[in-house]
Design a protein around this ligand. Sequence first.
Ligand SMILES: [Zn+2]
Length: 85
Amino acid sequence: MSRRCARPGCGQSADTTLSFDYSSRQVWLDALHPFDSPANHDLCGRHADRTHPPRGWALRDRRASATDAQVLVEAVEPVVLRYAS
Ligand SMILES: [Zn+2]
Protein backbone atom coordinates (compact mmCIF):
# COMPACT_ATOMS: atom_id res chain seq x y z
CA MET A 1 0.00 0.00 0.00
CA SER A 2 1.59 3.27 -1.03
CA ARG A 3 1.06 6.55 0.73
CA ARG A 4 1.05 9.95 -0.94
CA CYS A 5 3.01 13.14 -0.32
CA ALA A 6 1.13 15.43 2.08
CA ARG A 7 2.02 18.61 0.17
CA PRO A 8 -1.10 20.04 -1.49
CA GLY A 9 -1.12 19.42 -5.22
CA CYS A 10 1.82 16.99 -5.20
CA GLY A 11 0.37 13.46 -5.24
CA GLN A 12 3.77 11.71 -5.60
CA SER A 13 4.40 8.50 -3.65
CA ALA A 14 5.76 9.30 -0.21
CA ASP A 15 9.14 7.84 0.75
CA THR A 16 9.87 10.03 3.77
CA THR A 17 8.06 10.64 7.06
CA LEU A 18 8.41 14.02 8.71
CA SER A 19 7.81 14.15 12.45
CA PHE A 20 8.37 16.94 14.91
CA ASP A 21 8.41 17.79 18.59
CA TYR A 22 7.29 21.21 19.75
CA SER A 23 8.91 21.07 23.18
CA SER A 24 12.43 20.35 21.91
CA ARG A 25 11.89 22.25 18.61
CA GLN A 26 13.12 19.42 16.45
CA VAL A 27 12.02 18.15 13.07
CA TRP A 28 13.01 14.68 11.87
CA LEU A 29 13.07 13.24 8.39
CA ASP A 30 13.06 9.44 8.33
CA ALA A 31 12.53 6.74 5.78
CA LEU A 32 8.78 6.20 5.47
CA HIS A 33 7.44 4.90 8.77
CA PRO A 34 5.73 1.50 8.47
CA PHE A 35 2.56 2.93 10.01
CA ASP A 36 0.67 6.06 9.02
CA SER A 37 0.15 8.48 11.90
CA PRO A 38 -1.98 11.65 11.95
CA ALA A 39 0.79 13.33 13.98
CA ASN A 40 3.32 12.91 11.15
CA HIS A 41 3.51 14.02 7.53
CA ASP A 42 4.50 11.73 4.70
CA LEU A 43 6.48 13.44 1.94
CA CYS A 44 7.96 12.56 -1.43
CA GLY A 45 11.74 12.80 -1.70
CA ARG A 46 11.62 16.12 -3.52
CA HIS A 47 9.52 17.84 -0.87
CA ALA A 48 11.50 16.20 1.93
CA ASP A 49 14.68 17.70 0.44
CA ARG A 50 13.02 21.11 0.39
CA THR A 51 11.90 20.98 4.00
CA HIS A 52 13.22 23.84 6.08
CA PRO A 53 12.46 23.96 9.80
CA PRO A 54 10.98 27.10 11.35
CA ARG A 55 13.46 29.62 12.78
CA GLY A 56 14.92 28.30 16.03
CA TRP A 57 14.16 24.66 15.20
CA ALA A 58 16.65 21.92 14.35
CA LEU A 59 16.20 19.61 11.37
CA ARG A 60 17.66 16.11 11.63
CA ASP A 61 17.74 14.15 8.40
CA ARG A 62 18.01 10.50 9.40
CA ARG A 63 17.09 9.07 6.02
CA ALA A 64 20.65 8.04 5.08
CA SER A 65 21.18 5.91 8.20
CA ALA A 66 17.71 4.39 7.82
CA THR A 67 18.60 3.37 4.26
CA ASP A 68 21.78 1.69 5.47
CA ALA A 69 19.77 -0.32 7.99
CA GLN A 70 17.31 -1.33 5.27
CA VAL A 71 20.14 -2.49 2.99
CA LEU A 72 21.48 -4.67 5.79
CA VAL A 73 18.07 -6.27 6.30
CA GLU A 74 17.76 -6.97 2.59
CA ALA A 75 21.24 -8.47 2.44
CA VAL A 76 20.56 -10.82 5.35
CA GLU A 77 17.03 -11.88 4.42
CA PRO A 78 17.77 -14.16 1.42
CA VAL A 79 20.21 -16.19 3.54
CA VAL A 80 17.52 -16.71 6.18
CA LEU A 81 15.04 -17.73 3.48
CA ARG A 82 17.49 -20.21 1.97
CA TYR A 83 17.93 -21.97 5.32
CA ALA A 84 14.18 -22.03 5.85
CA SER A 85 13.38 -23.80 2.57
ZN1 LIG B 1 5.66 15.98 -2.77
